[in-house]
Write a protein that binds this ligand. Structure first.
Ligand code: ATP
Ligand code: MG
Length: 310
């Protein structure tokens, strides 16, 4: 039974479209990756977009934030990545209409090590996802705060990466490093990896530091930065201990509002890209190459703060 029903109907068919797979990644810890995976996932589902969240972090924070505490009997991403168990057998209903979850647990630490000696070690998640990509409109992958084989599997399987950045001192330095890394990955494991967007998180409009960091990131990365900003909001921090996304904890909170806005922005970006015809990896709006250029157009923003797509 769905205890958290927010929407009665879903589009009957997603057509021939494959899910847009978005890795939520940043090597830096505690920047809001998991909070974004869980709450963006729930907000996309609430917007009638069938969504799968893959918890790719042995900390299993997304799994517990969705109401699934530790359970040694539960199958997890480990079984799929290492034992080649079909992903459908590991998938669980996230108890939110339109939202499914591939759970994680601490065994996944072992997977990061065991993968080293396996065939196609960076591409096992990509292969596992293939049979189910037609069932969803979005797949969000919550990455661990490292660049290990789990994150590489996530990035190899993804169309794009969403980078949450905490509005704090030295934020800019971290992003440039991360984008350099993504550029290298485009030359090796995933030539078509795009930047979905840079997301400012834990923004506190009472501090001049938050304002300054946001202004710096926008002036450097232009429309690569999402219009939507996630504020620091206590409801977002409280919701995981209740095992629900924030829209089911306090729908009127600023945190809930901001993730619903982000879902809208991302959906609008997809629609805009579809309107522009098939994507070409080298000219895709928001690609890693243009990310490195200040002020280059992501071209996917609903309101478009920067130059548009080429
Ligand atoms: P890790 O790198 O360890 O996986 P993370 O990047 O996934 O961390 P989160 O777990 O999402 O980061 O967030 C870190 C902490 O900050 C959590 O306690 C979370 O509840 C809190 N938090 C995240 N975003 C917000 C926000 N916008 N407002 C208030 N608290 C937040
Ligand atoms: Mg996390």
């Amino acid at each position: 039974m769905h205890i958290r029903k927010i929407s009665a109907t879903f589009p009957p068919s997603l057509g021939e479209l494959l899910a847009r797979v978005i890795a939520i990644a940043n090597q830096k810890g505690g920047v809001g990756k998991t909070t974004t995976a869980v709450n963006l996932g729930a907000s996309l589902a609430a917007s009638e977009k069938r969504t799968l969240i893959i918890d790719c972090d042995p900390q299993a924070n997304a799994t517990s934030a969705l109401g699934f505490p530790k359970d040694p009997a539960r199958r997890t991403l480990y079984q799929t990545l290492i034992l080649a168990e079909p992903i459908e057998r590991v998938m669980i209903d996230a108890q939110v209409d339109g939202l499914d979850l591939i759970p994680s647990d601490k065994n996944l630490v072992g997977a990061a090590v065991e993968l080293v000696s396996m065939d196609q070690r960076e591409f096992r998640l990509k292969a596992a996802l293939e049979p189910i990509r037609g069932k969803y409109e979005f797949v969000l992958i919550d990455c661990p705060p490292s660049l290990d084989l789990l994150t590489l599997n996530a990035l190899a399987a993804s169309d794009a990466v969403l980078v949450p950045i905490q509005c704090e001192y030295l934020a800019l330095e971290g992003v440039s490093e991360l984008l350099d890394t993504l550029m290298r990955l485009r030359r090796t494991i995933n030539p078509s990896l795009a930047i979905e967007g840079i997301l400012l998180t834990m923004y506190d409009d009472r501090t001049s530091l938050s304002k300054q960091v946001a202004a710096d990131l926008r002036s450097f990365f232009g429309s690569q930065v999402f219009e939507t900003i996630i504020p620091r909001n206590v409801r977002l921090a409280e919701a995981p201990s209740h095992g629900v996304p924030v829209i089911f904890y306090d729908i009127r909170s600023k945190g809930a509002e901001s993730y619903l806005d982000l879902a809208k922005e991302i959906i609008a970006n997809v629609q805009k890209r579809l309107g522009q015809g098939p994507e070409r990896p080298d000219s895709r709006p928001g690609d890693a190459a243009s990310a490195a250029t200040a002020g280059s157009g992501r071209g996917g923003s609903s309101s478009g703060s920067g130059p548009g797509a080429p």
